[in-house]
Design a protein around this ligand. Sequence first.
Ligand SMILES: [Cu+2]
Length: 284
Amino acid sequence: MRLCKSLIAIFLALISNCISAQDTLWIVRGEWTHIPDSVQAIRFNSSADWSGINATLSRASDESTSLVVVNTDSLSHTWKLHVDEEEEWAIEAFDTLTFEIPALPIGTYLFGLTDEIGRVLGASGQLQVGLGVEFPLFHWNLGDWSVQRMASANMGVPVAWEEPYVPEQFTINERTYPATVDDPEALVAMNLGDTCWISIANHGFMDHVFHFHGFHVIMVSSTHHPERVGWSKDTVPIRMGEGLVVQLVANQMGMYPVHNHNLIAVTNAGFYPGGMITQIHVMP
Ligand SMILES: [Cu+2]
């Protein structure tokens, strides 16, 4: 009887594991209304339904897995998982393809469309490998946006990459402050004495740097600066295209801001406060 119960428990655990692992991503186009100027955007979504928020993939470490990508857009795209070999894949309009995700060590990696429209319209998410197992996990996908450049790229106008880039929106998980603190993935809420990991990916077109108030974080992994693993810092640069993981120990109570140290990036179209600000809440 007991054996039977444990077999049922294992079976249920297997089923729930299958359900929770995101095996399919949909390339979806829609109107992005999370920033004040609503604009046409493209996302990697976790279902065929449009969401302005890019999906997150989660995989165990050191295990190769597969991923199905469904392109619901009327344009063909190319996409890439930004790991060592930098292999680029093409997917035709309305096509469905299966790809292999290689075995990877613990860390945060970026994936996203690489064709000009797909990239500028913001289809880019993070692959979390071996995270959320030991400690609770939060994640921040960083983005910077020129709405005018998005609108003209969407009309097929080639991007003038050599011209000055003046983004006016700065997002964490495709939201600007104060909406960032309504996002349970971006707001770091913890109990005193607990430890969490934060998985950060810079999908934007410029480098960013985050300042933590009240805490130093420890670098757990970094795609661009592996030599910094183990460093304890209160200010963390995240290079364009970088994925990194930091560990935060809630050793004091209270509410603390975390923000981009570049002051233009803490505004919404020039108005402060906005952009890349979130908070750490430590409760008793
Ligand atoms: Cu600060």
